[in-house]
Design a protein around this ligand. Structure first.
Ligand code: SF4
Ligand code: SF4
Length: 408
């Protein structure tokens, strides 16, 4: 349940070095977006909505190396767009590997198999293949039939040629935890080195705004997903980040931990929000009002965010920067996650709505009926209302049985 040892040692040395020098804010992963062009148009994507003139533009390899040198992060993640559409992606990867950066080339897998000849296997290079769950869920999330199959074949081909392969999955409202658990089994059988899994961020530009998870939904979902996890599952996350997703460890966002560089410059403040650009990494670090971001800032754009690019750096800092964090991580690595059955403290307006529904129910059972809301007009409307309530309550789609339970 961890990242490769060599990478862990490199990251630990880097973090401890920063701490010894008293540097409070430092980058961990450079998010390098060499282009925004893609060969898919996923419903939850917030990256591809630029005009054609922007989509045609690319960073040069020299731009990429300058950004990597300027920022100094030990890990470079290359998302996009689809990086394999970049004409010189092989040069970019080779140059970063030569700089001994751990490179994660994120791809939707459609062009991976045909592109393998451009790369050489290395412990510094991993392909991070976008897999949003089992076949049906994945093809629906990326809005194209057949993509799951292509990506799986590409993973097999890459593994057979000795490449490191990880997966990255974004989860949305309505996923079935049992199906995602079977998907984890399937990816483990394929020999992927680690799985990244994160709730989707509510991009304002994303065409589908209906399926992003609220915080309490994320926590419930991850409690189910990680209940008695299979020993074969390996996640490309720190144990503390997964505990955070389960609502069993508090973290605050570290927006400077994953700085983003793309054709516009250094994106302020993080990979997910787009609030202006700086021309140098130093300017980004020194002139961004960091206290305006993160959950506790009250910024509505950060309210539901639990995405790895904001919170994984916080988990790394907590792991290597505190005895308690290190102990907890070691405990989870040795003993696994403890099952969590307690409901999580309420922290979201939707939860408060739920809470009032629960107290109304409790009062009904006690024979003390508070004023009821207007009754739904008919059986179908009632079923729709209950179905919405079940989805809010569990983060999962309502089935006939759960609706029947609520209607009792
Ligand atoms: S594959 Fe990635 S970059 Fe391409 S449309 Fe989907 S989410 Fe966006
Ligand atoms: S909480 Fe999320 S959206 Fe807000 S700054 Fe952090 S990573 Fe960005």
């Amino acid at each position: 349940m961890t990242v490769p040892l060599s990478q862990m040692i490199a990251v630990a040395r880097y973090v401890l070095g920063k701490k010894l020098r008293g540097i409070e804010r430092y980058p961990l992963v450079l998010m390098l977006e060499p282009l925004f062009r893609c060969n898919l148009a996923c419903g939850g994507c917030g990256k591809i909505q630029f005009p054609a003139s922007i989509l045609r533009r690319e960073l040069s390899p020299q731009d990429c190396f300058r950004a990597a040198d300027e920022c100094g992060a030990p890990i470079v993640s290359i998302p996009g767009g689809e990086p394999l559409l970049h004409f010189r992606i092989d040069e970019i990867v080779a140059g970063l590997v030569q700089r001994r950066r751990f490179v994660y080339l994120c791809t939707n897998g459609l062009k991976l198999e045909e592109s393998l000849d451009k790369f050489r296997p290395s412990r510094f290079l991993a392909f991070s293949v976008h897999m949003d769950g089992p076949r049906e869920e994945h093809d629906r999330a990326v809005c194209r039939e057949g993509t799951f199959e292509i990506a799986v074949n590409a993973i097999r081909a890459a593994r057979s040629r000795g490449f490191r392969v990880t997966t990255n999955s974004t989860l949305f409202v309505g996923v079935d935890p049992q199906r995602i658990r079977r998907f984890f089994d399937e990816m483990s059988e394929l020999g992927v080195e680690g799985m990244m899994v994160s709730p989707g961020y509510r991009y304002e530009k994303a065409p589908d705004q209906q399926h992003f998870l609220a915080r309490n939904q994320t926590r419930r979902l991850f409690r189910e997903l990680l209940r008695n996890p299979s020993p074969r599952w390996r996640f490309n996350h720190t144990p503390l980040f997964l505990e955070f997703l389960r609502g069993n460890w508090e973290l605050e966002c570290t927006p400077w931990g994953n700085p983003t560089y793309n054709i516009f410059g250094w994106q302020r403040p993080c990979y997910l929000l787009d609030e202006g650009y700086c021309q140098s990494f130093q300017e980004l670090m020194e002139t961004t009002a960091w206290n305006k971001y993160g959950h506790s800032s009250g910024n509505p754009k950060c309210r539901d965010c639990m995405v790895h690019c904001g919170y994984e750096p916080s988990a790394v800092a907590a792991t290597f920067g505190s005895f308690r964090g290190l102990l907890k991580s070691a405990w989870i690595s040795l003993r696994g996650f403890e099952p969590l059955d307690e409901p999580h403290p309420l922290d979201h307006p939707l939860d408060h709505r739920l809470d009032s529904t629960r107290s109304r129910r409790a009062s009904v059972h006690a024979g003390d009926l508070p004023p009821a809301p207007p009754a739904p007009a008919g059986r179908n409307a009632q079923r729709r209302a209950v179905s919405e309530l079940v989805t809010i309550e569990t983060g999962l789609p309502a089935d006939d049985r759960s609706i029947a339970d609520h209607l009792k």
